[in-house]
Structures are given as structure tokens and as C-alpha cells.
Ligand binder design. Structure first.
Ligand SMILES: [Zn+2]
Length: 264
């Protein structure tokens, strides 16, 4: 109800979108949307915030007629708790590696520190919690500890890591998909792009609380401007944000709003 009232776009919904041989399934989770990228006999899992989402994702795979053995990797779009808390648990349960961009890979090996949006920015983000229906962390997330995705968290994965993927690299086992660096909201933010289908799995680089908007929560404004320019140069017909419903229809990138500075 709160999400409906406070976020005009409403809560995220389960959706399956296919085009040009690519397929994405949006599975709304407790803190963020998990995206399943479906390939021929392969599945990539992008973002998994809560351990409570694991059975939901496994159910979704079953419903799609996919085996868990088809999952080839699990990837966070960036190392913030609402996207990464259950990544290591799922990867270990399925016995698959974790896919990271170069910056997140360096951070998880202790070779680089990640910046977070400033305290003022984070204060602004508090209001987005009721907009998402006041998701409360289940016991498993408390028990699992909060070693991932918080300022100063070590982000040490126990599952195997794939070699870091550089900007523009093809996604393993998913033909037509590429990984792009998209810093701004987070130093390590990455985008998952399928130029043939016009799909952009955007993590937190794009949100949808107000019909589709650029994220006002930034750790580096200049980086974010460059990422915006990159996105405007890409063929994109459907945006899959990690918070809120899918943004599609005519020219979704041009329709993205910039929120005023007082808005959450
Ligand atoms: Zn997020």
C-alpha cells in the first residue's frame, strides 16, 4: 500500500520479456529485483539481495522449465547490500562462480576501497524504504552477517570468482550480452546490455519509482554523467531497473526523468 501511494509507478512485478533471441525475467525480491538472463541452456542471475529471495528465484526457474544446473554464474550489479547479501549463498548452493566487473573484483580482494553516496544522499534514500513496502530483513540475513555491501564491509566471497570482466566484454555462456562499466551510483556499478534485443539490465543506474528516472543517489557525479552519456549512445528499448517496474515503450532512455533535489 505504501509503495502504491508513495511510488506512482507501483511495486516491481514479475515479468518475462523476450526479443531477438534474448530473454530476461524480472523476479521482484525483498530489497531489489533479481533478473534472470536466459540463454540456450544457460541462465545468468543478476542481483540477489536477501536470502529470502533464494526459494523465489529457484521457484521461478522451475516455472520457466529451467534446471538449476543451467545457472552458469551469479552476479551483483554493484556491491550494495540490497543487491549482494545473498549472492555468495546462492553461488555456493548451486556450485557456480560469481561474475564481477574489474572494480568490484578488486574491492572483493581488498585491493580497492569503494565509495558510498554521502551521508546526506543516504538520508535522502531513507524515504525509498517505505516506497518499496518497508522490506524487513529476515532472520537468515541477520544470521549470515552483514559482511557484504555496507561501508567498510570486506565483501569477501567464498564461492569461486570468474576472472574480472572488463568494459565491453561478452557475458560468459550468454550470446549477444555484454558487460559495461557504469560508475556513478557506485564505483563498481556495471550494466548488462544486449544490443540486438535493446535490453539494458541497469542495476541502480536507473530506478523506477516515478515512471523511470536517473538515480539521484551518487558517489561520483562526473562518473555518473559519463555513464549517462554512454547509456544515451546505446540501442535500448527496454530498461530493467533493480528498483521498480520495467521501463519500456517508445524511447525509454529519452523519457528518463531527473528528479528535483528535494525528492527521495
Ligand atoms: Zn539498490
Amino acid at each position: 500500500m505504501l509503495a502504491r501511494l508513495l511510488a506512482p509507478s507501483g511495486p516491481a512485478r514479475f515479468r518475462r520479456v523476450g526479443r531477438a533471441g534474448a530473454e530476461v525475467v524480472a523476479v521482484p525480491g525483498r530489497y531489489c529485483v533479481t533478473h534472470l538472463l536466459l540463454g540456450p541452456g544457460s541462465v545468468g542471475v543478476v542481483d540477489l539481495g536477501s536470502q529470502a529471495d533464494i526459494p523465489v528465484v529457484l521457484d521461478a526457474l522451475r516455472g520457466l522449465g529451467r534446471l538449476t544446473s543451467e545457472v552458469c554464474w551469479v552476479a551483483p550489479s554493484h556491491l550494495h547490500f540490497d543487491h549482494v547479501l545473498a549472492i555468495d549463498v546462492l553461488a555456493r548452493r548451486l556450485g557456480v562462480p560469481i561474475l564481477l566487473g574489474r572494480v568490484a573484483h578488486d574491492a572483493s580482494n581488498g585491493r580497492r576501497r569503494l565509495r558510498f553516496p554521502s551521508r546526506l544522499h543516504l538520508l535522502r534514500a531513507v524515504a525509498t524504504w517505505p516506497m518499496q513496502g518497508l522490506p524487513f530483513p529476515p532472520l537468515a540475513d541477520w544470521r549470515g552477517g552483514f559482511g557484504f555491501g555496507f561501508p567498510g564491509a570486506p565483501n569477501r566471497f567464498h564461492a569461486d570468482l570468474l576472472p574480472p570482466l572488463v568494459h565491453g566484454a561478452p557475458l560468459p555462456r550468454l550470446p549477444g550480452w555484454f558487460l559495461l562499466d557504469g560508475p556513478g551510483h557506485a564505483d563498481d556499478a556495471v550494466l548488462f546490455h544486449h544490443p540486438g534485443a535493446g535490453f539494458l539490465v541497469a542495476g541502480d543506474t536507473v530506478r523506477n519509482f516515478y515512471g523511470g528516472e536517473w538515480n539521484p543517489l551518487l558517489c561520483d557525479r562526473a562518473d555518473y554523467s559519463r555513464t549517462q552519456a554512454l547509456i544515451r549512445s546505446l540501442p535500448v528499448d527496454t530498461i530493467f531497473p533493480a528498483h521498480g517496474p520495467i521501463v519500456d515503450g517508445p524511447d525509454p532512455i529519452a523519457r528518463l526523468r531527473t528528479t528535483s533535489s528535494w525528492m527521495p
